[in-house]
Design a protein around this ligand. Sequence first.
Ligand code: ADP
Ligand code: MG
Length: 202
Amino acid sequence: MPHPKTERTLVVVKPDGIQRALIGEIMKRYERIGLKLVALKMFVPTEKMIEDHYLLDPQWKKNVGEKAIASYEKKGETPPSSDPTEVGNLVVERLKKYMTSGPVIAMVWEGAHAVELVRKITGGTEPRSASVGTIRGDFVLDSYQMADTADRAIRNLIHASGSTADAIKEIPHWFSEGEIVKYNVPHEATLYDVDIMKGILG
Ligand code: ADP
Ligand code: MG
Protein backbone atom coordinates (compact mmCIF):
# COMPACT_ATOMS: atom_id res chain seq x y z
CA MET A 1 0.00 0.00 0.00
CA PRO A 2 1.42 3.43 -0.91
CA HIS A 3 1.72 5.92 1.98
CA PRO A 4 -1.43 8.11 2.31
CA LYS A 5 0.77 11.18 1.73
CA THR A 6 0.99 10.20 -1.97
CA GLU A 7 -2.73 10.89 -2.62
CA ARG A 8 -3.18 13.38 -5.46
CA THR A 9 -5.98 15.60 -6.67
CA LEU A 10 -6.59 17.82 -9.69
CA VAL A 11 -7.41 21.51 -9.23
CA VAL A 12 -8.18 23.84 -12.13
CA VAL A 13 -8.47 27.59 -11.54
CA LYS A 14 -11.28 28.43 -13.97
CA PRO A 15 -11.17 31.50 -16.26
CA ASP A 16 -13.13 33.65 -13.77
CA GLY A 17 -10.60 32.83 -11.01
CA ILE A 18 -7.82 34.23 -13.16
CA GLN A 19 -9.84 37.28 -14.27
CA ARG A 20 -10.69 38.03 -10.63
CA ALA A 21 -6.97 37.97 -9.71
CA LEU A 22 -7.50 35.18 -7.19
CA ILE A 23 -4.71 32.81 -8.28
CA GLY A 24 -2.50 33.49 -5.25
CA GLU A 25 -5.41 33.48 -2.80
CA ILE A 26 -6.58 30.08 -4.10
CA MET A 27 -3.15 28.45 -4.12
CA LYS A 28 -2.40 29.76 -0.62
CA ARG A 29 -5.38 27.86 0.80
CA TYR A 30 -4.20 24.48 -0.41
CA GLU A 31 -0.55 25.18 0.36
CA ARG A 32 -1.05 26.29 3.95
CA ILE A 33 -2.93 23.15 5.01
CA GLY A 34 0.20 21.15 4.16
CA LEU A 35 -0.52 19.91 0.66
CA LYS A 36 2.33 19.95 -1.86
CA LEU A 37 2.07 21.35 -5.41
CA VAL A 38 3.51 18.73 -7.78
CA ALA A 39 2.36 19.99 -11.21
CA LEU A 40 1.23 23.31 -12.68
CA LYS A 41 0.45 24.81 -16.09
CA MET A 42 -1.54 27.64 -17.68
CA PHE A 43 -3.31 27.41 -21.03
CA VAL A 44 -6.65 27.90 -22.83
CA PRO A 45 -8.36 24.49 -22.98
CA THR A 46 -10.20 23.24 -26.06
CA GLU A 47 -13.92 22.39 -26.00
CA LYS A 48 -13.04 18.74 -26.60
CA MET A 49 -10.72 18.68 -23.61
CA ILE A 50 -13.50 20.07 -21.39
CA GLU A 51 -16.22 17.75 -22.73
CA ASP A 52 -13.94 14.71 -22.32
CA HIS A 53 -13.00 15.82 -18.80
CA TYR A 54 -16.58 16.06 -17.57
CA LEU A 55 -17.58 12.79 -19.24
CA LEU A 56 -14.75 10.78 -17.60
CA ASP A 57 -17.31 9.77 -14.97
CA PRO A 58 -20.31 8.24 -16.80
CA GLN A 59 -22.57 9.10 -13.83
CA TRP A 60 -21.61 12.79 -13.79
CA LYS A 61 -24.33 14.07 -16.18
CA LYS A 62 -27.11 12.52 -14.14
CA ASN A 63 -25.56 13.61 -10.82
CA VAL A 64 -25.09 17.22 -11.91
CA GLY A 65 -28.75 17.32 -13.01
CA GLU A 66 -30.00 15.79 -9.77
CA LYS A 67 -27.96 18.28 -7.73
CA ALA A 68 -29.41 21.24 -9.65
CA ILE A 69 -32.99 19.98 -9.32
CA ALA A 70 -32.54 19.31 -5.56
CA SER A 71 -31.20 22.83 -5.06
CA TYR A 72 -34.29 24.39 -6.65
CA GLU A 73 -36.62 22.12 -4.67
CA LYS A 74 -34.87 22.97 -1.40
CA LYS A 75 -35.69 26.64 -1.99
CA GLY A 76 -39.29 25.80 -2.95
CA GLU A 77 -38.59 26.87 -6.54
CA THR A 78 -39.26 25.07 -9.83
CA PRO A 79 -36.22 23.77 -11.78
CA PRO A 80 -36.03 24.61 -15.52
CA SER A 81 -36.22 20.85 -16.26
CA SER A 82 -37.14 17.85 -14.11
CA ASP A 83 -35.02 15.43 -16.18
CA PRO A 84 -31.51 15.16 -14.64
CA THR A 85 -29.86 13.94 -17.86
CA GLU A 86 -31.39 16.83 -19.83
CA VAL A 87 -29.96 19.26 -17.27
CA GLY A 88 -26.61 17.41 -17.49
CA ASN A 89 -26.49 17.81 -21.28
CA LEU A 90 -27.19 21.51 -20.93
CA VAL A 91 -24.47 21.94 -18.31
CA VAL A 92 -21.83 20.28 -20.54
CA GLU A 93 -22.58 22.79 -23.32
CA ARG A 94 -22.39 25.68 -20.86
CA LEU A 95 -19.12 24.38 -19.41
CA LYS A 96 -17.53 24.15 -22.86
CA LYS A 97 -18.15 27.89 -23.38
CA TYR A 98 -17.12 28.89 -19.85
CA MET A 99 -13.96 26.83 -19.54
CA THR A 100 -12.61 27.83 -22.98
CA SER A 101 -13.31 31.55 -22.53
CA GLY A 102 -9.80 32.30 -21.25
CA PRO A 103 -6.71 30.77 -19.67
CA VAL A 104 -7.02 28.31 -16.81
CA ILE A 105 -4.37 27.06 -14.41
CA ALA A 106 -4.29 23.30 -13.89
CA MET A 107 -2.53 21.93 -10.82
CA VAL A 108 -1.92 18.67 -9.04
CA TRP A 109 -1.80 18.81 -5.24
CA GLU A 110 -0.41 15.92 -3.20
CA GLY A 111 -0.76 14.89 0.43
CA ALA A 112 -2.83 12.84 2.87
CA HIS A 113 -6.57 13.18 2.15
CA ALA A 114 -5.75 15.56 -0.72
CA VAL A 115 -9.06 14.97 -2.55
CA GLU A 116 -11.28 15.42 0.50
CA LEU A 117 -9.36 18.39 1.93
CA VAL A 118 -9.29 20.28 -1.36
CA ARG A 119 -13.06 19.81 -1.73
CA LYS A 120 -13.59 21.02 1.85
CA ILE A 121 -11.49 24.15 1.31
CA THR A 122 -13.06 24.79 -2.11
CA GLY A 123 -16.70 24.56 -0.90
CA GLY A 124 -19.97 23.52 -2.54
CA THR A 125 -20.74 23.86 -6.24
CA GLU A 126 -23.08 26.87 -5.88
CA PRO A 127 -21.28 29.88 -4.38
CA ARG A 128 -24.62 31.29 -3.09
CA SER A 129 -24.99 28.33 -0.72
CA ALA A 130 -21.32 27.35 -0.26
CA SER A 131 -20.14 27.61 3.36
CA VAL A 132 -18.53 30.78 4.68
CA GLY A 133 -14.78 30.23 4.96
CA THR A 134 -14.56 28.20 1.75
CA ILE A 135 -13.11 29.72 -1.41
CA ARG A 136 -16.39 29.51 -3.33
CA GLY A 137 -18.32 30.79 -0.31
CA ASP A 138 -16.05 33.75 0.35
CA PHE A 139 -14.95 35.02 -3.05
CA VAL A 140 -17.90 34.79 -5.43
CA LEU A 141 -21.70 35.00 -5.40
CA ASP A 142 -23.11 33.01 -8.32
CA SER A 143 -26.20 30.74 -8.19
CA TYR A 144 -28.16 28.11 -10.13
CA GLN A 145 -30.78 30.79 -10.70
CA MET A 146 -28.32 33.32 -12.17
CA ALA A 147 -26.72 30.67 -14.37
CA ASP A 148 -30.04 29.33 -15.70
CA THR A 149 -31.43 32.81 -16.37
CA ALA A 150 -28.42 33.66 -18.52
CA ASP A 151 -28.01 30.12 -19.97
CA ARG A 152 -24.43 29.82 -18.74
CA ALA A 153 -22.32 27.77 -16.35
CA ILE A 154 -22.17 28.61 -12.66
CA ARG A 155 -19.05 30.73 -12.14
CA ASN A 156 -17.38 29.21 -9.13
CA LEU A 157 -13.65 29.86 -9.67
CA ILE A 158 -12.33 26.30 -9.33
CA HIS A 159 -12.61 22.72 -10.45
CA ALA A 160 -11.53 20.13 -7.88
CA SER A 161 -11.73 16.34 -8.28
CA GLY A 162 -14.83 15.01 -6.51
CA SER A 163 -13.44 11.63 -5.39
CA THR A 164 -10.19 9.67 -5.43
CA ALA A 165 -11.59 7.61 -8.34
CA ASP A 166 -12.25 10.84 -10.28
CA ALA A 167 -8.78 12.20 -9.45
CA ILE A 168 -7.14 9.03 -10.80
CA LYS A 169 -8.92 9.55 -14.15
CA GLU A 170 -8.67 13.35 -14.29
CA ILE A 171 -4.95 13.82 -13.55
CA PRO A 172 -3.73 11.89 -16.65
CA HIS A 173 -6.32 13.79 -18.73
CA TRP A 174 -4.57 17.08 -17.85
CA PHE A 175 -0.94 16.04 -17.22
CA SER A 176 1.54 13.54 -18.62
CA GLU A 177 3.51 11.59 -16.00
CA GLY A 178 6.63 13.61 -16.92
CA GLU A 179 4.91 16.88 -15.98
CA ILE A 180 4.38 15.72 -12.39
CA VAL A 181 7.40 16.47 -10.23
CA LYS A 182 8.65 14.24 -7.42
CA TYR A 183 10.43 16.22 -4.67
CA ASN A 184 10.54 16.57 -0.89
CA VAL A 185 9.89 19.55 1.37
CA PRO A 186 11.21 19.67 4.96
CA HIS A 187 7.83 20.13 6.65
CA GLU A 188 6.70 16.72 5.41
CA ALA A 189 8.78 15.26 8.25
CA THR A 190 6.66 17.12 10.82
CA LEU A 191 3.41 16.18 9.09
CA TYR A 192 4.08 12.51 8.46
CA ASP A 193 7.16 11.04 10.20
CA VAL A 194 6.37 8.50 12.93
CA ASP A 195 9.09 9.89 15.21
CA ILE A 196 8.27 13.61 15.26
CA MET A 197 11.07 14.37 17.79
CA LYS A 198 13.83 12.95 15.60
CA GLY A 199 16.29 15.72 14.82
CA ILE A 200 14.42 18.50 16.68
CA LEU A 201 16.48 18.49 19.91
CA GLY A 202 19.66 17.18 18.29
P1 ADP B 1 -18.26 20.62 -8.77
O1 ADP B 1 -17.41 21.53 -9.62
O2 ADP B 1 -18.59 21.26 -7.44
O3 ADP B 1 -17.70 19.23 -8.62
P2 ADP B 1 -20.20 19.49 -10.62
O4 ADP B 1 -19.20 18.44 -10.95
O5 ADP B 1 -21.55 19.02 -10.18
O6 ADP B 1 -19.67 20.51 -9.51
O7 ADP B 1 -20.41 20.46 -11.88
C1 ADP B 1 -19.30 20.90 -12.63
C2 ADP B 1 -19.40 22.38 -12.88
O8 ADP B 1 -20.51 22.65 -13.74
C3 ADP B 1 -19.66 23.25 -11.66
O9 ADP B 1 -18.48 23.55 -10.94
C4 ADP B 1 -20.30 24.48 -12.26
O10 ADP B 1 -19.34 25.39 -12.81
C5 ADP B 1 -21.11 23.89 -13.42
N1 ADP B 1 -22.52 23.60 -13.10
C6 ADP B 1 -22.99 22.59 -12.35
N2 ADP B 1 -24.34 22.56 -12.33
C7 ADP B 1 -24.75 23.58 -13.12
C8 ADP B 1 -26.02 24.10 -13.54
N3 ADP B 1 -27.15 23.53 -13.15
N4 ADP B 1 -26.04 25.17 -14.35
C9 ADP B 1 -24.90 25.74 -14.77
N5 ADP B 1 -23.67 25.31 -14.42
C10 ADP B 1 -23.58 24.25 -13.61
MG1 MG C 1 -17.50 17.69 -10.02
